[in-house]
Design a protein around this ligand. Structure first.
Ligand SMILES: *Cc1c(COP(=O)(O)O)cnc(C)c1O
Length: 340
């Protein structure tokens, strides 16, 4: 079955709304959608496609480049010369922000929570390569102080800083980005003549909100499965709140409730940032069947969730799943002992 022309008209209507929002071009899109027949055979289950958002084109790629298009458009309106951002030590978001700022001709100062490790690896290594100034802060409070201090220093030197943490767009920008990605995937599937059953994505609520809106607006009948990499907050309520905020911004009379959000907390393991055996296994399986590299912190855990659901018999061979690869691959290098 293919998606009918009424749905295609609906796509234009959604795109017309998104086009109103200021944006800078950063990501290489549309990213490829690739079938994974060896993975399907290894699991003995449904057809699986991989949406390659690890290939968004800047500094190892990933999902954050899509939302940075909206966030940095807002930043650029203030005409800064320096972007200052506080994030985690091994943040994928930090790496992609530095790469994006380089493309826009902006200097970046990263204030990362944690201590400088003895061996600089993974995302942090790429941050240095990209030329970011890196400041370490031991706590969240110290990080906030360092952000303000860096901004003051920059102003005192005659510069014009922008603290990205104070830009309120992160949630909505991610949802807009993944609403658009839903259309991209559905169009790619339509061209392949395949109707998807469900999407899987590593989610802490932002991008998933966009997929959920996309499902509603296109009436595509797909199930949206998020798998969280963190247990530090309640992802379903956050996802619903972000979906609703985004719907309001787009002028849509649509309300999503948290009971409609499917987000599996069962694959976090010991906590955010700590690999699990299942994530390592899933990362190995994707690599060995398809040559696709995941990571043990986000996408490996999401893949572990999808694989567990397939093994539990949730899907038949007639089902078609799309695994959204959100990036994060440099983490394999900071967890180098897991693979040999
Ligand atoms: C940030 C990140 C996510 C989570 O994205 P949200 O939009 O915050 O849910 C998933 N995967 C990777 C690799 C990430 O870097």
């Amino acid at each position: 079955m293919v998606i009918d022309s009424a749905a295609t008209t609906q796509y234009d209507w959604i795109r017309d709304r998104i086009v109103q929002i200021p944006r800078v071009k950063l990501a290489l899109t549309p990213t490829p959608l690739q079938e994974a027949p060896n993975l399907t055979a290894a699991l003995g289950g449904p057809r699986i496609f991989i949406k390659r958002d690890d290939l968004t084109g800047v500094a190892f790629g990933g999902n954050k480049l899509r939302n940075l298009e909206f966030r940095l458009a807002r930043t650029m309106a203030e005409k800064p010369d320096t972007v200052i951002v506080g994030l985690d030590l091994q943040s994928n978001s930090a790496r992609q922000t530095v790469g994006a700022c380089n493309k826009l001709g902006l200097k970046t100062i990263l204030v990362l929570e944690g201590k400088r490790p003895d061996i600089v690896q993974g995302n942090l290594l790429v941050d240095y390569l990209l030329g970011a100034e890196v400041i370490f802060a031991p706590t969240r409070e110290a990080q906030r102080e360092q952000l303000d201090l860096a901004a003051r220093r920059c102003r005192d030197a005659g510069g014009c800083p922008h603290i990205l943490n104070d830009n309120p767009m992160f949630d909505v920008a991610s949802a807009l980005a993944y609403l658009e990605t839903t259309l991209e995937i559905l169009e790619q599937m339509q061209r392949a003549g395949v109707r998807p059953t469900g999407f899987y994505m590593s989610s802490s609520g932002k991008g998933q909100a966009g997929l959920v809106l996309g499902r509603w607006l296109t009436n595509a009948g797909i199930e949206i499965h998020g798998v969280t990499a963190t247990d530090e907050f309640h992802v379903p309520s956050r996802t619903a709140a972000i979906a609703n905020e985004t719907a309001r911004m787009l002028g849509l009379g649509l309300v999503v409730s948290e009971d409609e959000i499917d987000n599996d907390i069962g694959f976090v393991g010991k906590g955010y940032g700590i690999p699990t055996e299942a994530a390592v296994e899933a990362t190995r399986l994707f690599a060995r069947t398809e040559g696709v590299v995941l990571d043990p912190i986000y996408t490996g855990k999401a893949a572990a969730g999808m694989i567990a659901h397939v093994h539990a018999g949730r899907y038949s061979k007639d089902d078609v799943l799309v695994f959204v690869h959100t990036g994060g691959t440099p983490a394999i290098f900071s967890w180098n002992t897991l693979w040999t």
